[in-house]
Design a protein around this ligand. Sequence first.
Ligand SMILES: *[C@@H]1O[C@H](CO)[C@@H](O)[C@H](O)[C@H]1NC(C)=O
Ligand SMILES: *[C@@H]1O[C@H](CO)[C@@H](O)[C@H](O)[C@H]1NC(C)=O
Length: 200
Amino acid sequence: MIELHFNQLAQMEKLCAILILFSLLIANTYATSKEAKDAEKWFQKYLSQRKEKVAKLHFYIQDALGGPNATLWEVARSEITSDSPTMFGQVSVLDDKITAEPDRNSEELGRAQGLITSADLRVSGLAMNMNVVFTSGPYNGSTLCILGRNPIGSTNRELPIVGGSGVFRMARGFSISNTYSYDPVENYGVLEYTVYVFYA
Ligand SMILES: *[C@@H]1O[C@H](CO)[C@@H](O)[C@H](O)[C@H]1NC(C)=O
Ligand SMILES: *[C@@H]1O[C@H](CO)[C@@H](O)[C@H](O)[C@H]1NC(C)=O
């Protein structure tokens, strides 16, 4: 038993040494990369002229819940989900189109990508982890991270913005959303979002 234990320790030490070597290699590759230099340059500039910006964004999320072209799909559920009045335990993944106008065929501003989990046993409430990924316009390539509880039964729902990337580095703020329209025949919803955000 003890010998085995020592053997395992020796193996773990070897593995650790390999991992450390590997991470050093990665670290070196990172340190000389364009991304690292850009991040460092950004950090120095941020330190010297730290001034927060603020933005108000308004957009619509096209939530296709059904049909072959649905953009939201269930990926897991619990044993009690089917009997639960709140669909407790249902986990879905989404990649919804974001538009500037409510019309579903209007130009794509970005995508709303992430996971939503029905996480309230008593009233409808979602635990959301959703990234707003801009794919056009001045924010193209930048993201905002929405993370928090969505009281889906309420008319105006506040959600925290906990971070961002690109233009929205260091972002924090909140969004207010409401259901702009819902078509039960097609199972298609349009959600209106107003986002208030500070960023670096
Ligand atoms: C699904 O998308 C395809 C390709 O864009 C389109 O041709 C088709 O009509 C769509 N189907 C439905 C039911 O919307
Ligand atoms: C957004 O950025 C991507 C990646 O840089 C680029 O390929 C694409 O053409 C841009 N789209 C628009 C609409 O500017």
